[in-house]
Write a protein that binds this ligand. Sequence first.
Ligand code: PAF
Length: 525
Amino acid sequence: MRLFTTTAGLRCYLERHRLGKKVGFVPTMGALHAGHLSLLQRARGENDIVIVSIFVNPLQFGPTEDFQQYPRYLAQDQQLCEQAGVDAIFAPTAEEMFPGQPLLARETTGYTQVVPPASMTSILCGRSRTGHFQGVATVVTKLLNLVQPERAYFGQKDAQQLAIIQRLVADLNIPVEIVACPIVREASGLAYSSRNQYLTSEQKEQAQVLYRSLQQAQKVFNLGNRDRAGLVEAVKTQLATVSDIEVEYVELIHPTTLELLDKVDEAGLIAIACRVGSTRLIDNLLLRNRQPIVAIDGPAGAGKSTIARLVAQELGLIYLDSGAMYRAVTWLVLQSGIPVEDEVAIAELVSQCQIQFAEDQPQALRDRQESSKPQISINGHDVTQAIRSLEVTAQVSAIAAQLSVRRELLTQQQHLGKKGGVVAEGRDIGTHVFPDAELKIFLTASVQERARRRQQDFKNQQHEDVSLQQLEQAIAERDAKDSTRAFAPLRKADDAISIQTDGVTIAEVTNQIVTLYNQKLSRSV
Ligand code: PAF
């Protein structure tokens, strides 16, 4: 692992090492804890090169805040990064980052700064920490420009920061995927934070009330209360049970726009900030007003589409056939006459397409044959049959491998699943499309078993005989391609349940998933 303290060193390292590789970036202020380690682990799993920055950014501290006291443990952080498989740490001085500026650069006027929308910075933590998010936005923009990563990882504990950074990269067209990672908590429920170190053991115990109060809001929400008043009240009542906690705010906000909400329509974030002694702590909880999502991923030939359709049918949910969406786009490309290899023209075409599934799907699925596919249209054309043609079949994997196509369909799939109640299958559903799906399944089978099934399919369709060996080779090659592709590669999500389907019937796998779904649901009520 390398350690750089200068931008020149970091730049040179990246120029020499990145060469077609994917860079994952984790910006931190050091004093690494289990929350940071989860970001490092995720970045390590998804990228070729992992860079961590450790920089206590003076720009984001107010004059009366803890900039001087903020914990700095570079040697210990270095060890943790080494163990987590980090390739390089960037730990510049304030002078290196902001040359010629006073140490508390927040007070400077002679430096370019990034100003996020006031509607996002003037509320919640922004109310008491004037200028904080401008300082964060400025340093994050600088770091993203220096590292130019494909992906950057941020924790959901700092929900306001995360929403502002997501907005920043969208508004300024910064070419990076922001990966939001779940809050990591101690066994007591207390969210990990570098500032927990300021707490005495008694205060640490008192601080557990933050999470307890969020759980209280979840309970009230599960009982059907969607209104701000009831949810906020539930949190405040619980917080009031510990007298030494000083509440700064408890708010219900929209998780991406940060607008204050009167009630939760699709999703709402309960965000709190409290002081325990002189330590300021924040925490939050996402409340979702949607039906659950089942994400089924797995390699080619694992039986995902058959199983997903049957699970949807059993549970009365919508079957989101992502394969059909890629086929619909392929149909559109072929129809338009654009050559399949013209990725740029395809990017333009696909970014303006609109895919829809039939509204009455669960009923339609029940009424039709087990093998029937849901009705799908693109730009108003019903292409349910047309997407099964040989031409589309021959071109679909070339089109589905294109970055712009995957990006666009990711957005459309997320839109279709906004209200939940879907069973979606593919290769990146649990990892990218619906990372917060209530139930994630990774369906798999040995290469031999998948080749045998495929051969049977060919026989059933009266296609010419293909040898098992040829099929095994084709499947192994496809697996390698799927799991190494640049965007959203095939990977089992950490929280997915693996189901090995060798020697197990379709009905048995379907029942297993339906049972898991029912168990999950009964636990969440
Ligand atoms: O979340 C943090 O640790 C900091 O705000 C960040 C994103 C590293 C910017 O200084």
